[in-house]
Design a binder for this molecule. Structure first.
Ligand SMILES: C[S@@+](CC[C@H](N)C(=O)[O-])C[C@H]1O[C@@H](n2cnc3c(N)ncnc32)[C@H](O)[C@@H]1O
Length: 354
C-alpha cells in the first residue's frame, strides 16, 4: 500500500488584481499537485489566493507572480493561548520545520505578526517558538515570518485561529537579481505578470520602453528566452542600474540610452512591448505626462508589428484611456486594476491592429 501524499494548505499573497494570473501560474507550473480553493464570494479576499498542494514545497519557491507563499493551518481553538498547548505547539513547530527545510541555513530571526503581537500571549508564543527553533526574536522585519490570525467561520468549520508560516526568508517578489535599487522600480512579481500578459514566445523581439532599472526586461527573460530583448531609457543613471541588475540576473539583453519618443528601431520590428511609464508621482509630473504619453504611444505604434502585444502599467488612467480611445492602432484586450504600494494603477493589455 502506498502512503497518501501529504496535502499542505497554502496561501499566496498577491498584488490585488493579479489573483487570476497567480492561479494560472499555479496551474501551469504545479498541475495536478495543486487544487485551487474557491471561497464563497462574500469571503473571497482581494490579494489572497488559497490552494492545497501535495509535493515538495521547494517547488513553490519558483512561483514568480506571487508576492509570498505561506503554509497555513487552522486550529479549532477559541483563543490563541491554546496554541501554547503541547499538541498545537508541536504542530506549529512542524510547520516551521517544513518551511525551513526548503532553505535550512537562510534564517536569522523569527518575526511574529498578529493583531496584538505585544500582548502577553503573543509575546510568550513568539519567545517559546524562537527558543525552540533556536533563532532570536525580531521586533520588525525578521525572516522566519509567522502570522497568527482569527480564522473565518465557514459552513463546515467554526472560527478558531490560523497560523501561517512564510515559505521563504524573504518575500518571493524580492529577487536576487535586484542588486541596484531604483526609486520607482516596479515590483518584480507584477513585472512578471506583465511579461506573461504579452503572451511571450521564444521568437519574440521584445522591447521594454522606459526600462528604468530593468524589472520588466529581466522578468520577461526569467519567463524564457526571446529572439532579442531590448531595454531603453532616457536616463544614464537608470540604465547603469539596469545593467547591474541584468548582470546579476545572468540574462542577456541590449540596453540603450535613448528617448522612447524617437526609437532607433525599424517600423514594425517589435513583437512584444512592456512599459512602466512615469506615474507622475515619484517620477515625472502629470503636466510632463500629458506631453510625453502621446508621443511614446505613437512611437510604440510605429515600431510594433501588426498583432504585437503591449502590456503597459500606469497610474495616468484617464490620460491613457483617452489616448487609447483616440488611437485606433491599439485594441484594448484587458485592463487590470492592481494595487501597488497603496496606489491603484492599471495594466493595459493592448494588441496592435493589423
Ligand atoms: C517608473 S520608471 C520605470 C521603472 C522601471 N520599470 C523599473 O522597474 O525600474 C519610468 C522611467 O521612464 C524613463 N523615461 C522618462 N521619459 C522617458 C523618455 N522620453 N524616453 C525613455 N525613457 C523615459 C525614466 O528615466 C524612468 O526610468
Amino acid at each position: 500500500m502506498t502512503a497518501k501524499p501529504v496535502v499542505h494548505l497554502c496561501e499566496a499573497d498577491v498584488a490585488e488584481g493579479l489573483e487570476e494570473i497567480v492561479r494560472q501560474e499555479l496551474r501551469a507550473k504545479l498541475g495536478a499537485r495543486v487544487t485551487l480553493r474557491r471561497l464563497p464570494a462574500d469571503q473571497e479576499q482581494a490579494g489572497i489566493v488559497q490552494f492545497t498542494y501535495s509535493g515538495d514545497v521547494r517547488a513553490l519557491l519558483g512561483l514568480k507572480t506571487a508576492q509570498a507563499v505561506y503554509l497555513v493551518r487552522r486550529f479549532a481553538v477559541p483563543r490563541p493561548k491554546a496554541l501554547l498547548g503541547d499538541a498545537h505547539f508541536r504542530a506549529v513547530l512542524s510547520m516551521i520545520a517544513l518551511a525551513r527545510s526548503a532553505q535550512p541555513d537562510a534564517y536569522q530571526s523569527l518575526y511574529l505578526s498578529a493583531a496584538g503581537s505585544d500582548s502577553s500571549v503573543m509575546t510568550r508564543l513568539k519567545r517559546e517558538l524562537a527558543q525552540r527553533v533556536n533563532l532570536p526574536v525580531a521586533e520588525a522585519e525578521g525572516d522566519l515570518v509567522i502570522r497568527v490570525r482569527p480564522a473565518r467561520a465557514t459552513s463546515r468549520e467554526a472560527g478558531g485561529w490560523e497560523v501561517l508560516v512564510r515559505l521563504s526568508p524573504r518575500p518571493l517578489a524580492t529577487r536576487a537579481w535586484r542588486v541596484c535599487n531604483f526609486e520607482g522600480a516596479l515590483n518584480a512579481a507584477v513585472a512578471h505578470a506583465m511579461a506573461l500578459l504579452t503572451q511571450p514566445s521564444a521568437q519574440d523581439v521584445f522591447l521594454n520602453l522606459a526600462c528604468g532599472s530593468g524589472s520588466l526586461l529581466i522578468e520577461r527573460l526569467a519567463w524564457g528566452p526571446a529572439r532579442l530583448a531590448m531595454g531603453c531609457d532616457i536616463s544614464a543613471a537608470a540604465l547603469n542600474c539596469a545593467r547591474q541588475n541584468l548582470t546579476a540576473s545572468g540574462f542577456t539583453a541590449e540596453l540603450w540610452q535613448c528617448d522612447a519618443r524617437a526609437l532607433p528601431l525599424a517600423s514594425g520590428s517589435v513583437d512584444a512591448l512592456c512599459a512602466d511609464l512615469p506615474f507622475g508621482h515619484l517620477v515625472g509630473s502629470h503636466a510632463q505626462n500629458v506631453a510625453l504619453y502621446p508621443r511614446i504611444l505613437d512611437e510604440a505604434t510605429r515600431v510594433a508589428r501588426p498583432g504585437a502585444r503591449f502590456a503597459l502599467i500606469t497610474h495616468e488612467v484617464r490620460l491613457t484611456e483617452s489616448l487609447l480611445g483616440a488611437n485606433c492602432a491599439w485594441a484594448v484586450d484587458r485592463v487590470l486594476r492592481v494595487e501597488l504600494g497603496g496606489l491603484y494603477p492599471r495594466i493595459f493589455v493592448l494588441r496592435r491592429a493589423a
